[in-house]
Structures are given as C-alpha cells and as structure tokens.
Design a protein around this ligand. Structure first.
Ligand code: ADP
Ligand code: MG
Length: 357
C-alpha cells in the first residue's frame, strides 16, 4: 500500500438557487500505508464527495491530495493507481464475469495470456471459481458484488476505494462480505478507504474510523476509541446506542473532571474536553439494572417502563425519578419485575465518559 494525505480539502457545489453549498469543509487526513480507513457519517455529510476527490473524479476547490507523497490533486483517475468499488457494482451487462474483470487489464494493454491467468487467480480469490463465463445478470447480488471486487483488485491498485459497497446485500451476506473484504485487503496489504453510513460495518472492518458531519471531521480514532471515548455529543449519539445525561461541572483539574449528576458527585472516567455543562455518555451495556448492594458507582432510582426481549439479551427502559429515560442491556431476566415497578440502576464507573453538552 501507499499513504494517502488530504490537506485542507474543500469542495463546494452550486445550488439550484444560484448559491453555493460546502460538501467537504477544510478536511485534513493522513492515511497510513496498508491501513483500512473508514469514512463514517450520515447521508449527505460529504463521504462520497471526499472519496471521489481521492479517486480523481472531482477536483477540490482548494487544498491538496497526495498519494504516496506525490501531489495528485489534478491528476486524472486512471493515472492514480487506484480502483473503486461502487454500491451499484457498475458491471457491464454485455460482458461475462471474466470479461468484466479483464476489462481494465485490456485497457492497460496487458498480454492476453497474462490477462487470462490473472482473471483466473482473482476469481479464485473472491470465491467465484468456475463462474467466469456467466453473464452478470445470471448472478446473485452477492456474486455481482464479488465480481466488482475482483475487477478492482485484479488491477493490483495501491489504493482501494469503496463507496457503500454492501448496501444492496441482505444482512447475512453483508456480514460475510465484511470479513471477506477485510481479509483480502490485509492479505494484499493495499491501503483502503471505505465509505459507509453503517456504524457496525465501520466498527468491525476498520483500523481507523473518521467520523464526518456536515463535511467536517468530528473525530478520528480506532473503533474502540470512537466507541468508548467519543469526542462529541454527535459521535456518542451516532455510534452505537448511548444514554446521554445532563450534569453540571463541579471542578476540572489535573486529576480529571468532577460533575454533579442529579445530586450525585461523579468523577468522569474520561472526557473529550471540559465544559461548564457536560453530558455523560453511558452505553446501555454499562448500565446495571438492580445492582447488588455495595455497587461501586452512581446509583439512580427510577421506574421500569418496558422490557424488550431481543434474544441474546434484554433491553430495559427505565424512567429515572430525576427525569430522563435510560436504557440498560442485560443478559439477566427479572421475572418478578413489571412495568411501573420501582427499580435502581447503577452506572459502571469506568464507563462514564463526558462530552460537552
Ligand atoms: P454522502 O456520500 O455522505 O451521503 P455526498 O458526498 O454524496 O454525501 O454529498 C454531500 C453533499 O453534497 C450533499 O448535500 C449533496 O447533495 C451534495 N452534492 C454531492 N454531489 C453534488 C453535485 N455533483 N452537485 C451538487 N451537489 C452535490
Ligand atoms: Mg454517498
């Protein structure tokens, strides 16, 4: 793989009304060679536009793009040594599977014998051995996606770009393709930039996640950092499920941040930055329903609102006496407990993270 660097890139589009809108806003990012980096954010936040600038389909209004240290900001796509996999697959219906995969190699004037060899090898790699002579409309969605993947990797690009490549697959196939793509990328050592709005995809596949909102980076971090130490309310809310509770800051110092949570003094285990008003972010799995006596953490009284049986666990919604609702996830069943009953919930002290309100 190679490094990819985005240096203060900005992309604006004209709006129908004659104004301009900023799709990508002063975005800077260093992508390490061989790493799998995911751009994650809600629809319309600028993910595809960013990827298209890396690919060379769009030119930024300002800022520069480097691949392997070379400034490629205005270099055309076919001179960047990268390949892209699209959500729509974008396969040629009049060509066979092998024809689709060979297409880019033919453009590059690779000798036919070599093309045949490389197509056969890559068909094996993606698990489509023996399907080379089929037409793409004779394939399932998952098989078409693998053809698209094969067509990208057969070019042996230094950078692989993916734009929501699994969105059209059903849940089971999506899961299978996640690990297939990840394993393939690791074995090839190719740098990968992957775009998705699906946080589970981002969490399970990436070395690094870049959370984007309104064209700007909210946070860059490993999946664990993003999940456990979100940098903002937006990140805490967007990634996974979270309970956000209002607090007042009592003190911030070198030894951390102390807040008042509904009358309970709480020391934050971690926080993104101190502020006069902080929200504490606690994941549902760090909330204990009916904890044992001697619970070492904040305890809050409330009433059970509902229980949802999910199969592998249960989800309890509790209305706190202090006002907000909270969700707890547990493997325990509480047969004696019904909606409306008083309960206590305990917050695991090492899972209490603060973000500015
Ligand atoms: P994402 O991939 O995160 O959903 P996009 O990068 O596709 O977001 O789009 C970001 C914003 O830029 C959106 O508001 C979108 O409507 C706008 N946009 C994208 N491409 C164009 C274009 N070619 N012309 C005008 N507006 C565009
Ligand atoms: Mg998009």
């Amino acid at each position: 793989g190679v490094t990819v660097t985005l240096d203060h890139i900005m992309k604006q589009f004209k709006t129908p009304g004659g104004g301009t809108m900023t799709a990508v806003d002063d975005l800077s990012l260093n992508i390490a060679s061989g790493s799998f980096v995911t751009l994650l954010g809600p629809s319309g936040c600028g993910k595809t536009t960013t990827l298209r600038m890396i690919a060379g389909f769009e030119v930024p209004n300002s800022g520069r793009i480097f691949i392997d240290g070379a400034d490629v900001t205005v270099v055309p796509p076919n001179r960047r040594n990268l390949a892209m996999v699209f959500q729509s697959y974008a396969l040629f219906p009049h060509l066979t599977v092998a024809g689709n995969i060979a297409y880019g190699l033919k453009l590059r004037k690779i000798p036919p014998a070599q093309i045949q060899e490389r197509v056969a090898a890559v068909l094996k790699t993606v698990g489509l051995d023996g399907l080379g002579e089929r037409y793409t409309n004779q394939l399932s969605g998952g098989q078409q996606q693998r053809v698209a993947l094969a067509r990208a990797i057969v070019l042996e690009p230094k950078v692989l770009l993916f734009d929501e490549p699994l969105s059209n697959l059903d849940a089971k196939l999506r899961e299978e393709m996640r690990s297939r793509i990840r394993e393939l990328q690791q074995s090839l050592g190719t740098t990968a930039v992957y775009v998705t709005h699906d946080q589970v995809e981002a969490m399970t596949m990436s070395d690094v996640i870049v959370v984007i909102n309104h064209g700007k980076i909210e946070q860059i971090g490993t999946p664990a950092e993003i999940y456990e130490q979100p940098a903002s309310r937006f990140v805490a809310d967007f990634i996974g499920r979270v309970n956000l509770l209002p607090t007042e800051t009592i003190a911030t110092g070198t030894d951390g941040c102390q807040v008042n949570l509904f009358g309970n003094p709480v020391k934050l285990h971690s926080f993104s930055q101190p502020a006069a008003a902080m929200l504490i972010a606690v994941r549902p799995e760090a909330v204990e329903l009916q904890p044992d006596d001697g619970w070492n953490g904040p305890l809050l009284p409330g009433r059970l609102v509902k229980t949802v049986y999910v199969g592998q666990h249960l989800e309890y919604t509790v209305q706190l006496d202090a006002g907000p609702e909270m969700t707890a996830i547990s493997f325990n069943r509480y047969p004696g407990l019904s909606a409306g009953d008083p309960v206590r919930i305990g917050l695991k002290p090492d899972a209490i993270h603060g973000v500015p309100a």
